[in-house]
Design a protein around this ligand. Structure first.
Ligand code: CAA
Length: 281
């Protein structure tokens, strides 16, 4: 079970990792710096996401690994901030080379999150600025509380987005809105983020937000694990292809689904009018 991952997580100092049923909740925990992504946070996120990838089955090798969790929820400690960005205090002493290494480490975290075979939900409570917005965008989808605020304010610091914002914001909200937000550094409310499609749903407060994210993981946990992993991997793979190329990828994924025990269990359960109890194989 995920006990190995949870055991290792007790050594982390800047993130908290807790399990709620099938959900693993990862909380960035530096409230005095509004949960800014200091290098230690990045290192701990890198370690955690690496361990999770090793523990879970992969879409290529569904028989290896265990379904140690069925969804990951990423959030921040407190009501005020999800993550207020890269750590500006640390960055003030960085050379260009160190800054690039910092960005590349965080890129690896975001790619690890995208590659996990389980959904990752950002539960954004309060400020998600710069690297915070970028961390949220590396998750499969974003829920927010009413007090959430999003933005890429890097130009106000003489910087540019460094943790994936130049790429992922355009994909999430379209070229025009992404360019406006990055070029002005303008901060937007949860309501506006919802309207432009950055956020899926908005909840009254942090507690309601976490309840909703956990409910969503419960819903996902009732589905076939291999199918959810296959669907995520397929959507990742088709994201930047032509329709025709994407349909090729989808056809291969559909074929692969028919090789799983879960697909046999799911079809048989439907036909015998029973609820499916998936094996995750
Ligand atoms: N890095 C380091 N420390 C930060 C921080 C950050 N990104 N954001 C806030 N803090 C610290 C503040 O320095 C302050 O610490 P002290 O009490 O020791 O002075 C503490 O958190 C509380 O912050 P404020 O007093 O500023 O709180 P506020 O309510 O007045 O303002 C805020 C909140 C609007 C979020 C403001 O803190 C702020 O603008 N933060 C910076 C946001 C930002 O620019 N983020 C982008 C960073 S660059 C980046 O992320 C690049 C990239 O793409 C990788």
């Amino acid at each position: 079970m995920s006990d190995d991952v949870l055991d290792a997580a007790t050594d982390y100092e800047t993130i908290l990792v807790t399990r709620y049923g099938p959900a693993l909740v990862v909380t960035v925990n530096r409230p005095r710096a509004l949960n800014a992504l200091a290098q230690q946070v990045v290192a701990e996120l890198l370690d955690l996401t690496g361990r999770l990838a090793e523990a879970l089955p992969s879409a290529d090798a569904p028989a290896a690994g265990e379904w140690v969790c069925r969804g990951v929820i990423v959030t921040g400690t407190g009501e005020k901030a999800f993550v207020a960005g890269a750590d500006i205090r640390e960055m003030s002493g960085m050379t260009p080379e160190q800054a690039e290494a910092y960005a590349r480490d965080m890129h690896r975290v975001t790619l690890n999150l995208e590659a996990l075979p389980v959904p990752v939900i950002a539960a954004v409570n309060g400020f998600a600025l710069g690297g915070g917005c970028e961390l949220a965008m590396a998750c499969d989808f974003i829920y927010a509380s009413e007090n959430a605020a999003f933005g890429q304010p890097e130009v106000s610091l003489g910087l540019v987005p460094g943790f994936g914002g130049s790429v992922r914001l355009q994909q999430r909200v379209g070229v025009g809105i992404a360019r406006e937000l990055i070029m002005t550094g303008r901060r937007i409310t949860a309501a506006e983020a919802h309207r432009i499609g950055l956020v899926n749903q908005v909840f009254a407060d942090h507690a309601a937000l976490l309840d909703a994210a956990r409910d969503t993981v419960d819903t996902i946990a009732a589905q076939a694990p291999t199918a959810v992993a296959n669907a995520k991997a397929t959507m990742n793979a088709v994201a930047h292809r032509s329709v025709a190329d994407g349909l090729d990828v989808e056809a291969a994924a559909f074929r692969a689904a028919f090789t799983t025990e879960d697909s046999r269990i799911g079809r048989d359960a439907f036909l015998s009018k029973e609820s499916a109890s998936f094996s995750g194989r």
